[in-house]
Design a protein around this ligand. Structure first.
Ligand code: PLP
Length: 400
């Protein structure tokens, strides 16, 4: 999905007010829906597309996506309740480590498929399912080691981590499942070894390894498998926004992979977060001050990492545009800079409150607006909103 800043600019000009500095998230729901529709329509029939709501669980976002996805993925009891309150019938799956008994209970009673992270979690789920006499649909999340796995900047597996069941414990878990098949409805295996994948060919190789591994276990343990959940993990290139993950290459490759694979391989399910919602959102913040310190120039905006933690979390200088605001009616001077390198910082009392660094700008003045693109995923939802108790940004959803 290409990012279109123009759509936001007229709205931003309408929002800009001479007496009230601007700070807001804006989301283009039409662009989000059409991106999701394109993803779905390019996937082979045997592939399901779920959205991992942790990336952005705002209700307008979920509502815009609901008709284009096959379901949602939740990672906490709070997310399960949020989805069930608003979408009582949508297919829902539950992943993540450290599930509480209360959350497992909530899942069982709300018709949610559970991705099991450990043998103990399986034992607790079984106990709860027996107590309620309510069978539970489960997948086992496994953390295999693949010899030629190429690491990304965010690895959840393929090495010792807190995620998934280690392969040496798999047969023990499968025995428990088999011995309790009246109560535990085994659906298949779940893998999510990494996020931030930018290389389509590598991702195809990873999926192929997942499928091959799942089919081996199916034969070795004589299992019936409904589907393999291949996680999410497709990344967004914040450092070079014109070089995004090649979805076209990937979806063609996936079609070929599934056509070439043995007929009896199970269905595939994705649970993608970042790649679905990142492109539809922007974070905008007005310039409050511009100052130099030694040979550095600091542009201070109304906001910061307490609203928009993405650049700090991913350790990048976030892509932005300056939106000039021509009206200036203040009774004092207007600081500005032409053709120079800037660091864009927020209002927090920490040098870590850095949104962009060493970036060239044509012109920037106090009162202009900085628009950070690619801010629709893991942005507001991963930020420490109440640090310093600054006002929260506005959240504006442009209708489809
Ligand atoms: C189990 C699981 N599935 C899916 C996702 C979504 O990943 P992404 O946003 O990289 O697509 C995550 C993210 O942490 C995850 O932990």
């Amino acid at each position: 999905m290409m990012f279109d800043a123009e759509k936001f600019i007229s709205v931003i000009h309408d929002l800009a007010h001479p007496d009230k500095s601007l700070c807001a998230y804006l989301y283009d729901l039409g662009a989000l829906a059409s991106h999701a529709r394109n993803i779905k329509s390019s996937l082979p029939d045997r592939v399901n597309f779920f959205y991992a709501i942790k990336a952005n669980s705002d209700l307008p976002i979920l509502s815009a996506l609901a008709e284009h996805v096959d379901g949602f993925e939740a990672s906490s009891g709070g997310e399960i309740q949020w989805v069930r309150q608003n979408f009582p019938d949508v297919p829902l799956i539950f992943s993540g480590p450290g599930k509480l008994d209360t959350e497992l209970e909530l899942a069982i009673l709300n018709n949610v498929t559970v991705h099991i992270e450990s043998r103990f979690e399986l034992e607790r789920l079984l106990h709860i399912a027996r107590h309620y006499q309510q069978p539970a649909e489960i997948l086992l999340r496994v953390n295999p080691h693949f010899e030629d796995l190429r690491a990304t900047s965010l690895m959840m597996g393929g090495k010792p981590t807190q995620f998934g069941i280690s392969v040496e414990h798999l047969s023990d878990c499968l025995k428990m499942v088999r011995d309790n098949s009246d109560c535990l409805y085994f659906q298949g295996f779940h893998f999510h070894l990494l996020s931030h994948q930018l290389d389509a060919a590598q991702h195809l190789r990873l999926l192929s390894a997942y499928i091959e591994q799942a089919v081996k276990w199916k034969e070795e343990f004589n299992l019936v498998i409904d589907h393999i959940n291949v996680g999410g993990g497709i990344g967004v290139n914040y450092k070079d926004i014109d070089q995004q993950f090649d979805w076209c290459h990937f979806s063609h490759g996936l079609n070929n992979l599934l056509i070439g694979a043995a007929k009896n391989i199970p269905k595939i399910r994705f649970e993608m977060g970042r790649y679905v919602s990142a492109f539809c959102g922007v974070y905008v913040a007005e310039v409050i001050d511009i100052k130099t310190s030694g040979n550095g120039t600091y542009v201070v905006v109304k906001g910061g990492t307490h609203h928009f933690r993405t650049p700090y979390a991913q350790n990048h200088s976030h892509p932005f545009k300056v939106i000039p605001v021509s009206t200036w009616k203040k009774p004092y001077s207007r600081p500005g800079l032409r053709h120079g390198k800037v660091n864009i910082v927020g209002q927090l009392c920490t040098p870590k409150d850095l949104l962009a660094f060493d970036e060239m700008v044509g012109e920037i003045r106090v009162g202009d607006i900085v628009l950070f693109s690619h801010a629709g995923a893991y942005a507001w939802h991963i930020s420490h909103h109440d640090f310093l108790r600054h006002a929260h940004p506005q959240h504006i959803y442009l209708p489809a």
